[in-house]
Design a protein around this ligand. Sequence first.
Ligand SMILES: CC(C)(COP(=O)(O)OP(=O)(O)OC[C@H]1O[C@@H](n2cnc3c(N)ncnc32)[C@H](O)[C@@H]1OP(=O)(O)O)[C@@H](O)C(=O)NCCC(=O)NCCS
Length: 164
Amino acid sequence: MTITHTDIRIRRARLEDGAGLSALLRSIGWFPQMEAESEAATLQRVTRHLDACLESSCHSVYVAVGNRGQLVGYVSVHWLSYLFLPGPEGFVSGLFVAAPARGSGVGGSLLRAVEVEARAKGCFRLQVINRRKRESYRRGFYAKEGWRERSDGASFVKQMREVC
Ligand SMILES: CC(C)(COP(=O)(O)OP(=O)(O)OC[C@H]1O[C@@H](n2cnc3c(N)ncnc32)[C@H](O)[C@@H]1OP(=O)(O)O)[C@@H](O)C(=O)NCCC(=O)NCCS
C-alpha cells in the first residue's frame, strides 16, 4: 500500500487514537518490551500515557490520519520550562510514521505542526534525541528539516527500573 501525502491530515490526538498508536508502535519493532507483551498490555499503557498527555497543557500529541481514518504517524512533544531559558523548550519524545507511509512528507508535516504550536507558545527551541544508528539519522532527516546537531554535549540516562 502506498500512501501519498495529499491523503494525509494532521490533527491533535484523541483518547480513541490509543488503538492506532498502540498498533503503530508495535509495528515499528524497536521496543523489546512490546515484543514480549500482549497487544492488550501495550494498548493499556499507551492509553494511560496518552490520557496523561491529553489532560495537561504541558504535552501535545499530533496524529497523521489517512483518508480512510487510519492512523499513519504521530509526534509527541513536551513543553518544558527551564529557569535559565527565555522561553519553553519543546522536547519531542516520539516521531513515528508507519513504514508504508514513509518518505512522502508525513514526518515533516508532523514536525511542522509542532513548530506552529511552539511559535504560538513563544518557545525558545525544540529538542529531540535521534540515535546515530537510526536510518533517519543516517539520512539526515532532522538536518534537512532545519535542525542543528549539537556536538558539545553527551546524552546521559539513568535507568530507574528494569524493563518488564
Ligand atoms: C524519520 C521519520 C519520522 C520521517 O518521516 P517520513 O514521513 O518518512 O519523512 P518525510 O517524507 O517527511 O521526509 C523524507 C526524509 O525522511 C527520512 N526518511 C524517509 N524514509 C525513511 C525511512 N524509511 N526511515 C528513516 N528515515 C526516512 C529521510 O531523511 C528522507 O529524506 P531523503 O528522502 O532525502 O533521504 C519516519 O521515516 C520514521 O518514522 N522512521 C522510523 C522512526 C524514526 O526514525 N523516528 C525518528 C526517531 S527520533
